[in-house]
Structure formats: structure tokens, C-alpha cells
Design a protein around this ligand. Structure first.
Ligand SMILES: NC(=O)c1ccc[n+]([C@@H]2O[C@H](COP(=O)([O-])OP(=O)(O)OC[C@H]3O[C@@H](n4cnc5c(N)ncnc54)[C@H](O)[C@@H]3O)[C@@H](O)[C@H]2O)c1
Length: 281
């Protein structure tokens, strides 16, 4: 049985076939071809099977976001399938899952490579979405340092003195900085490579979203997390579906004037920290 005979369908590429990424893809998948990339064959198979049982057409590719050639091959594969209209990057590791070096190479550099690679293949009118984090608002970086980060090529980010001296202190700091850098990378791409392709790109900075990654964080920092959530306006964690609603909006036509920006979706955690109602977990 062939479910869809339409030729030259638009392509959605998802790097990081996890909980949030899959929820976003489901909202925009109808009538489109999906390319899933992940380092875990098991995640790929599970996600592709779930999508297939829901009537969506997904192909998979093992991708290591720590490897530039692998990320570039993923973008080339997407382009070989048809016009690449959507790119979503959710590949990442949290502080409890990895050391500072791994977090910076994956969450910061790997994301930069993916933004760069898709900046070469996006179709005109296409849209991208990078999943950053509320933690990108927790470790303010001096303006001059942010300008240095914006000016740096992705390959030289790890050589910046601020990254070498400050970001390596511990995993939590590496994660906060990597996620702020994601927001800057999106801003830069929207003004340069993605602009040239007439494609938009934005980021979402989620608060605590209950996914496999968050379970690892709860186990490591449960009490601190609980206090942070209790002090927030929403007084709860959220689901991937709530991020996906906003993601679908940012990727869709109603957001055609929105590019280079970040949307913080955290139930009020950052508002509560910035106004002194709570302190960092
Ligand atoms: N869950 C939260 O509370 C939360 C909050 C803020 C931000 N985030 C960010 O959201 C993103 C998505 O996380 P999630 O919560 O959906 O978790 P998830 O664990 O469901 O998804 C992450 C995916 O990234 C993949 N991955 C890990 N290393 C990779 C690599 N080297 N190459 C390719 N793929 C790799 C994993 O296999 C996994 O499928 C992450 O970047 C995370 O930092 C999560």
C-alpha cells in the first residue's frame, strides 16, 4: 500500500529524534517527507515506527552531531529527498548526562554546524527551529563577549578565551553558556546564511519539560528543580506537546515576519529568578 503518491514533497529534517523533536514534527508532518537523524539507532527505529503507524513517511539516518562531516552529510541527505522546508535541531545533552567538554561540543558546536549546514540547503521560504533552554537566560554574558561569539566561526568557538576559561568550570555552567550561544547562533544565521536563502530561523528556550532528558536531571537535581518549579507562576512542569504547539507556530506561515528571535517558554521560571522571587536551583 502506498500512502502518498505525491512527487517532490517538502522535507522536514529533525536532528535529535527525541521527545520534543518528535512532538514538533507530528504537528507539521501531514503531506511531507520526514528525515530523522539521531546518534541512537534505537531512538530512530522507535520514532520512525511510531510515525509510520500514524501514517507519516519517515526515513532515518544515524547522525553524530559531534562530527561535522556527519552533520553535513545529514543536510545533504535532506536535500536529496526534496525541497528542505523545515529543519529542527533538538540534539543535546543535559548537565547530568555529560561533562563540560561534551556539552560544549554537542550543544554548542554541533548545533552551530547544523545551523551552518542547513543554511546551505534550505529551500526559499523554509523555516528552522533550534531548541535552546531557559538556562540560556541564567548566566548573563558580557555584551563584548557576545559580540566575539557572534563574530566567531563555528569551528573556532571552542578557542574563545571565555569558552575555555569560564564555560569549562562545570557541566551546569557549560550548559547555560552553550544554550545562550544557541540563541546567538540563531540570531546570526537569520541575518546571514539563512537570510541569503530567504529562510527563517528561530529558537525556543523551554523550561522544565518532562522528557527522558529531564528524568536524568530530576534524578541529579530533584530538590533544586522542585523549588524552581514551585516558585514559578505556572507551578508545574510542561509536556513536549506544549513546546510543539509553539514550534509549529514559529515554523508556520503565521510567523512569516519572525526570524532571528528566541521564545522563552518556561512557565515563569526566569521571571521569578530575575525578580528575586526564587534563586537558581
Ligand atoms: N527536557 C527539558 O526539560 C529541556 C529543557 C530545556 C531544553 N532542553 C533541550 O531540548 C533538546 C531536546 O531534548 P529532549 O528533552 O527532547 O530530550 P531527548 O533525550 O528526548 O532528545 C534528545 C535527543 O538527542 C539525541 N542525541 C544525543 N546526542 C546526540 C548526538 N551526538 N548526535 C545526534 N543526536 C544526539 C538523543 O539520542 C535524543 O534522541 C535538548 O537540546 C535539550 O538540551 C530540554
Amino acid at each position: 500500500m502506498i500512502f502518498d503518491r505525491n512527487e517532490n514533497r517538502e522535507v522536514i529534517a529533525l536532528l535529535g529524534a527525541g521527545s520534543m523533536g518528535t512532538a514538533i514534527v507530528r504537528r507539521i508532518a501531514a503531506g511531507r517527507k520526514i528525515l530523522l537523524g539521531d546518534i541512537s539507532q534505537e531512538n530512530l527505529e522507535r520514532t520512525a515506527r511510531d510515525l509510520a503507524y500514524s501514517g507519516y513517511d519517515a526515513v532515518t539516518m544515524v547522525v553524530n552531531a559531534l562530527d561535522k562531516a556527519s552533520v553535513e552529510a545529514f543536510a545533504d541527505k535532506a536535500a536529496s529527498l526534496g525541497p528542505v522546508m523545515y529543519f529542527i535541531d533538538t540534539a543535546g545533552a543535559s548537565p547530568s548526562q555529560a561533562d563540560p567538554d561534551h556539552i560544549l561540543r554537542l550543544d554548542m558546536v554541533g548545533t552551530g554546524w547544523a545551523i551552518d549546514a542547513f543554511g546551505r540547503v534550505m529551500a526559499r521560504g523554509g523555516a528552522g527551529l533550534v531548541i535552546s533552554s531557559q538556562t540560556g537566560y541564567m548566566y548573563p554574558i558580557p555584551y563584548e563577549t557576545e559580540q566575539e561569539i557572534l563574530a566567531a566561526e563555528t569551528d573556532s568557538l571552542m578557542d574563545l578565551p571565555f569558552i575555555r576559561e569560564t564555560a569549562y568550570q562545570r557541566s551546569g555552567i557549560a550548559y547555560m553558556i552553550a544554550k545562550r550561544v544557541n540563541q546567538l547562533q540563531v540570531m546570526k544565521a537569520a541575518a546571514t546564511s539563512w537570510k541569503e536563502r530567504r529562510a527563517r530561523i528561530n529558537s525556543i528556550s523551554p523550561g522544565i519539560i518532562v522528557t527522558p532528558l529531564a528524568y536524568d536531571e530530576f534524578a541529579a537535581a530533584g530538590e533544586g528543580y522542585q523549588r524552581m518549579v514551585d516558585a514559578s507562576a505556572a507551578e508545574r512542569c510542561a509536556s513536549s506537546d506544549e513546546i510543539a504547539e509553539a514550534g509549529a507556530f514559529l515554523l508556520g506561515d503565521h510567523a512569516s515576519f519572525i526570524t532571528g528571535t528566541d521564545l522563552l517558554i518556561d512557565g515563569g521560571v526566569i521571571a521569578s529568578i530575575r525578580t528575586g522571587r526564587s534563586t537558581l536551583g
